[in-house]
Structure formats: structure tokens, C-alpha cells
Design a protein around this ligand. Structure first.
Ligand code: 6GU
Length: 242
């Protein structure tokens, strides 16, 4: 069964890249079944209004609950016998990591992405649907985007490449899983000398043991330099392991 993805947004054209490249291939190969919906299709006024000013005052606009309620009622009940997980992208969520991506790819068969805009969606929409469906709030990291659409693109790409049956992913995923929480080593190809920059000698040596040791050193040095947070976790982990 393909992984079904529904995306509800007021900017369906933002999701056009879902047809491209890796994601497009996953769709063509029948591993992904993507449905993008315009939230305004569930409004009933001539201006197709989806937002209003916040109760209690304050800046900006809040998405009204009624269009979300009708859209999610219809979409979430559209496949008889199946229940989706709702995914709400937002800076206030659990951080989306490789582990979360892997869990979604391996354990879920239907995700409904709820893309908020403006200052957010009326909280009662979450109260209503969290009581009826599993729901995850997921953040890309500690910065603020204008809406969930770009986050959906990032998350769906991270998930799609992990789907069982995605051709070409077997070898590269095994390699990735072997990096054990460290950053990747640097890679080089021909020519051996370019603009005065040389490929490290060890890589030309043909000595597989020395090459593997050099790559591991590079991983450790890079991780310590760029991601001290990952390095601390790696060191804690290697102490815990015998
Ligand atoms: Cl998932 N959504 C929005 N709106 N901003 C974000 C984010 C998500 N992740 C980081 N910033």
C-alpha cells in the first residue's frame, strides 16, 4: 500500500515541488499517493474567508475553526477502514529528526498535513481532532517560517526517501545508518588536483584500512567543530556501550 499524504493549505501552489525529482519518482513508482487541498474549498462566503482577528486582542490574524473542521472531517474520513495521523508543522512542535522521519516512513500509511498561516489556527481545532486521531506537532528547528508549507516539503522529502521499495536507497541508507550519529566525511572525485587544491593523499593510496581510519577521523573532527551538541551525545553513547 502506498503512503498516502494529504496536505491542506491556502497555498496549494507551494506544494508543486511534490511532483519533482525524488518525490515525483516516488509518486510515479506508486510508493506515494499525494493529495493537495485548498482550505478555501471548505468556506461558504463569497470572499472565501479563512481568518479573523484574535479574541483577547494582539497582532495578526488567526485561522477560523469552521473551514478546518469541515476540511479535516471530510479528508480524514475519505478512505473507508483507514485512519490518518495528523501532522501539524509549527515552530512550537517536537523537532523533526531523522528518527522521526524514519518512524513516519516505516510505521504510518496515511499522513494529513495541516498547514497553518498567519498567527496560527484556533486552538479548538487541535482539541477536536487530537481527540479523534493521533496528532503530531513537528518543527524543523528553532526559527520561524511564515507557514507550514515549506516544512511539509522538507518533511515529505525526508520521509519519501526512506520508504521501503524506493529504488536506489538501499546502499545509501545503509551507509547513512553506519555514520552512527556523526557528520559525514568529505568526498572528492577527479581531477586529483584542481586550482591548486589537492585530493588528500590517503584517498589515492588504495589502502582501504587507512582510508576508513582517515574518514572516521574526519567525521569526528567535523562533528566536534560544527556540532558540539552531536559530539556530546556521541561521546556519552560510546561510554555507555562496552
Ligand atoms: Cl514546521 N513551521 C513554521 N511555521 N515555522 C517553523 C517550522 C515549522 N519549523 C521551524 N520553523
Amino acid at each position: 500500500m502506498p503512503l498516502r499524504l494529504d496536505v491542506v493549505t491556502i497555498f496549494p501552489e507551494y506544494l508543486a515541488p511534490l511532483d519533482l525529482s525524488l518525490l515525483g519518482r516516488a509518486r510515479r513508482e506508486g510508493l506515494l499517493d499525494v493529495h493537495v487541498h485548498d482550505l478555501r474549498d471548505w468556506t461558504h462566503d463569497r470572499h472565501r474567508t479563512v481568518d479573523d482577528s484574535p479574541y483577547g486582542g494582539g497582532a495578526g490574524m488567526v485561522m477560523r475553526p469552521e473551514p478546518w473542521g469541515e476540511a479535516l472531517d471530510e479528508i480524514c474520513s475519505s478512505v473507508p477502514g483507514r485512519t490518518p495521523r495528523l501532522v501539524v508543522p509549527g515552530p512550537g512542535g517536537e523537532v523533526f529528526s531523522q528518527e522521526v522521519a524514519s518512524r513516519l516512513a516505516l510505521e504510518e500509511d496515511w499522513l494529513v498535513f495541516v498547514c497553518g498561516r498567519y498567527e496560527g489556527i484556533d486552538e479548538r481545532v487541535y482539541d477536536e481532532f487530537a481527540a479523534r486521531y493521533p496528532l503530531s506537532v513537528l518543527s524543523l528547528g528553532d526559527y520561524v517560517l511564515n507557514g507550514g508549507e515549506v516544512a511539509v516539503l522538507a518533511m515529505t522529502e525526508a520521509v519519501a526517501r526512506l520508504l521501503p521499495g524506493m529504488v536506489g536507497n538501499e546502499a545509501s541508507l545503509v551507509e547513512e545508518s553506519h555514520t552512527g550519529g556523526l557528520l559525514e566525511y568529505p568526498v572528492y572525485t577527479k581531477p586529483a588536483s584542481w586550482r591548486g587544491h589537492e585530493v588528500p593523499e590517503v584517498l589515492l593510496s588504495g589502502h582501504h584500512g587507512r582510508i576508513a581510519a582517515w574518514r572516521q577521523e574526519q567525521r569526528l573532527a567535523r562533528t566536534a567543530q560544527r556540532r558540539p551538541d552531536l559530539m556530546a551525545r556521541y561521546e556519552a553513547g560510546s561510554e555507555a556501550r562496552p
